[in-house]
Design a protein around this ligand. Sequence first.
Ligand code: GLN
Length: 303
Amino acid sequence: MNYQAILDDIYGQVMGIKDRGIVASYIPELANIDIQNFGLHLKTNTGEEFSVGNYNRGFSIQSISKVLSLALASSFENNGILNRLDVEPSGHPFNQLALLEIENGIPRNPFINAGAIVIADILVSQLDNPKQDFLDYVRDITNDASINYDFKVAQSEKDTGYRNYAAANLLKSFRNLKNDVETVLDFYFHQCALHMNCEQLTKAFHMFANRGKCISDKTRLTEQKVKRINAIMLTCGFYDEAGEFAFEVGLPGKSGVGGGIVALLPDHFVISVWSPGLNKRGNSKLGMLALEQFTTKTQLSIF
Ligand code: GLN
């Protein structure tokens, strides 16, 4: 398979598209990004790497980080995650609050904001220095000590994160938040503000395509946990567009409002794409298109 030719072809196609969606602005700091950016990086399990565009320019990974926080929380045994969260697609936007109220403070899944805030609470309880330890974990699975938080983005979200404060307070009222709201959200905003490029994201997600072994060959998750996390990515990774992503692309994956998407085919490859313009559901418009083109041209998907 000539992956580079396929990526070049996709790149040519997307760069000709005028309507690139809209950059997220509800976190003011994200609005400063140039919508013309586009990057893509592919890494096969046999070790080959291919890329196009701004694949090595960093961006705010936002909700993509929820997979990494879930992976770390899952690696601690006996923390009762499944009593505090469900694993059903919500069919609603990532920041919707109505279901949380109706369902007595049990978030539908770990990838909507309320669910990720519960995972953040678990990490705050389990880790000695939560922000530093989580950063060290991401650096370790990626084998890249240069990865860091973008503190301006974290502060910007803290200043305007009214809905996440509402979600955390609602969780607290249902006794599904053990630590105080401020501490948990401070961790959550930093987690979302991880600054990474497509190549680093592909490496970080290698363990989900490689039965739990990360890039340096250390086992960081059991095969059963990898299976479960991949299943949640497939069913919940794109919120109210999860069905569409499975239909068009056919891979487990996760998006973020910074315009990144990571997707993978277990035992075969990880692919990351970045295009900051979002569609109406908060997922990268050209990123979705590029991945649809990739699985169509290569005929590689889980289906
Ligand atoms: N930090 C963002 C928020 O909580 C993450 C949302 C996303 O990327 N979908 O709103």
